[in-house]
Design a protein. Structure first.
Length: 258
């Protein structure tokens, strides 16, 4: 479905005036995601995960390297497949227009992808799918809880029945019990929909629940890519360290609960 080859990305360094110094964020990055796979992208804060997501979504351009979607140049693919790639961001509040009613927020994607053949869901069935009552449709975003609003963002993301979904820390800012509900919802969507997903995350547990593969991003490069069920066999020092800290944390958590 997606193939990234030798991609480089940098940003101008702030405060360097005319010297035009660059901050290199991704360097010589190559990986692929097969159709139907859910792949987690794990890495420390600032390691370039969201930048990578934005390159895939076409919100930013790589300095060099190539990105293919279903074997086609990504820019051409996106033009030909409007509504077939969507995203859910971490910050559900800023990703909706506060002046829009919920029904208009959910239907926003239809404005850009008006090909009727990709619209298979009614607003009603979509609300059922994300587990929300129809009575919310006439409300405004500030009248919903964080968990409800993130469900609305998910409903909007799947409005056009996309083939590729980017979840950029989509559960990170919700409290634990709501996180669990949203993860269950995503799990259900994974079962029901024919969708390929890049799941950008910090938390290893969310990843093991949802994803088939894990990519560890470290120091601008991919440290390792491995099947989730083989996580115990990671080879790179970075992935080993990240796993060890997660296991330690969970152990502590268990102790605290007792
Ligand atoms: N538009 C931008 N201009 C300049 N620098 C940027 C820009 N976007 C990101 N960066 C820098 O690029 C690096 C990677 O940022 P990015 O947001 O991709 O990391 P991340 O792994 O998603 O972090 P987090 O987990 O904290 O969200 C950071 O050092 C960040 O400050």
């Amino acid at each position: 479905m997606l193939e990234m080859k030798n991609v480089y990305k940098s940003y101008p360094k702030k405060g360097t005036g005319f010297r035009k110094e660059k901050l290199s964020v991704l360097a010589d990055l190559s990986f692929q995601i097969n159709t139907g796979e859910w792949v987690a992208l794990l890495g420390e804060s600032g390691s370039g995960k969201s930048t990578l997501g934005r390159l895939i979504l076409g919100l930013e351009e790589a300095d060099r390297g190539s990105l293919l979607l279903e074997g086609r140049n990504a820019t051409a693919w996106r033009k030909e497949n409007r509504g077939q790639m969507s995203v859910v961001f971490q910050d559900y509040t800023s990703s909706v227009n506060p002046a829009f009613r919920i029904k208009d927020i959910i239907n926003e994607p239809l404005k850009v992808s008006c090909r009727n053949n990709c619209i298979r869901e009614t607003t009603k069935s979509l609300m059922g799918k994300v587990g929300l009552p129809l009575s919310l449709l006439n409300r405004y975003p500030h009248e919903l809880s964080g968990g409800q609003l993130q469900r609305i963002c998910i409903a909007r993301a799947i409005r056009t029945n996309p083939r590729f979904l980017v979840l950029d820390e989509a559960v990170s800012s919700l409290d634990i019990s709501i996180q669990t509900q949203i993860l269950d919802l995503l799990h259900q969507l994974k079962e029901e929909m024919d969708i390929t997903c890049l799941f950008i995350a910090h938390n290893l547990q969310t990843v093991t629940y949802l994803c088939d593969h894990v990519i560890f991003l470290n120091e601008r490069k991919i440290a390792e890519q491995i099947e989730t069920k083989k996580l115990a066999d990671v080879q790179s020092d970075y992935a080993k360290r990240l796993l060890a800290s997660a296991v330690q944390f969970n152990g502590l958590d268990e102790e605290l609960r007792i």
